[in-house]
Design a protein around this ligand. Structure first.
Ligand SMILES: Cc1cc2nc3c(=O)[nH]c(=O)nc-3n(C[C@H](O)[C@H](O)[C@H](O)COP(=O)(O)O)c2cc1C
Length: 329
């Protein structure tokens, strides 16, 4: 079990924040499958929160079923971050995370995200101010450093600990690397040995066995998974089974179909317009049929379907026509 201050995260498995992906429905879907200990929202800018940007504020909606849940904020101005933290606190999530790892240019130009790794005194002030406004646990997520010659994750980790953060998450790549190369493991071990607060390891975990290996090899307290959850939303359940000594099992085709149809219908209900719904449905179908025999044919077929209803039909057909489903279909 992972303890983040007063928060118990059990199993010690965390959904990584992913902009454009880890929205309300996505988090709910993973919760329903099970095995995830803590889910994280998409990052939200402290500017947007404090200026009352309605679209961004709407992103902070969550339901009780999603708990425990963490809200991630980013920004470069300590006062504004603190003001955003106060608004976050009113929503009463289970934790608040500060993003110091985002390598996207848009974020770096505002000197937020990973840019803060290049300015440790500013990073310290942000953590201090945010900490002062929150009573819930505070975590910080960062990378190894800006580039190979400036790997200061150990120093930043210590700053987080000194300023009262309850845990840190390390995506073991530099900002310069973006998503290239392989995320390190030895640096996670180093950070774990350097700090007294829990360390959550992150980067390139693709299978339940990778989860177990990361815990065993690095001694980290928890594992955070991002991209692999899109190809395999069952990964948390499988990893939780593995950690509990049970054999992890693949999702059945019935489970895949039912999950897709559930997610589809919720997207149709909640999307702001049909085009947005169609875009999300296409993306999701790509994820959920990844690696399935005939999945490519389905992806081609849906590429020019114009309504969500036609989508649903294509998915039902796909599973039935392939004789994939048992008698329950
Ligand atoms: C589409 C996408 C969006 C992301 N958005 C965020 C974000 O909002 N905040 C953040 O801290 N990291 C973000 N990340 C980084 C992930 O949280 C994670 O650190 C990274 O993907 C490595 O983990 P993985 O190999 O398990 O995917 C994002 C990654 C992806 C692929």
């Amino acid at each position: 079990m992972l303890r983040i201050g007063t928060l118990r995260v059990d199993p010690p498995l965390v959904l990584a924040p992913m902009a454009g992906i880890t929205d309300h429905l996505y988090r709910l879907m993973l919760r329903r499958i099970g095995g995830v200990g803590l889910v994280t929202m998409e990052f939200i800018s402290s500017e947007a929160i404090t200026r009352g940007n309605a679209r961004q504020l709407a992103k902070m909606f969550f339901s009780e079923e999603e708990r425990p849940l963490s809200i991630q904020i980013y920004g470069s101005d300590p006062e504004r971050m603190a003001a955003a933290a106060e608004i976050v606190a009113e929503l009463a999530p289970d934790a608040c995370d500060v993003n110091m790892g985002c390598p996207a240019n848009k974020v770096l130009k505002g000197c937020a995200g990973a840019a803060l790794m290049g300015d440790p005194p500013l990073a310290r002030r942000i953590i201090r101010e945010v900490r002062r406004r929150l009573t819930i646990p505070l975590t910080v997520k960062f990378r190894l450093g800006l580039d190979d010659s400036r790997k200061n994750f150990l120093d930043l980790g210590k700053i987080c600990e000194d300023e009262g953060a309850e845990a840190v998450a390390l995506h073991a790549r530099t900002a310069r690397q973006m998503y290239t190369g392989r995320a390190g493991r030895s640096e996670i071990t180093q950070l774990k040995n350097h700090l007294a607060i829990p360390v959550i390891g992150n980067g390139d975990v693709e299978t339940p066995h990778d989860v177990a290996a990361m815990l065993a090899d690095t001694g980290c307290d928890g594992v955070m998974i991002g991209r692999a959850t899109m190809k395999n939303p069952w990964i948390f359940r499988q990893a939780a089974d593995l950690l509990a000594g049970r054999a992890p099992r693949e999702a059945t085709d019935t489970e895949r179909r039912d999950l897709m149809l559930w997610h589809f219908s919720r997207i149709e209900e909640t999307a702001r317009d049909p085009r947005e719904a169609l875009h999300k449905l296409r993306t999701m179908t790509g994820w959920y049929t990844h690696g399935l025999a005939g999945g490519r044919a389905l992806r081609v077929r849906i590429s020019d379907l114009a309504t969500p209803a036609a989508f649903r039909e294509a998915v039902v057909d796909f599973f039935e026509a392939n004789g994939r489903l048992a008698a329950t279909a």
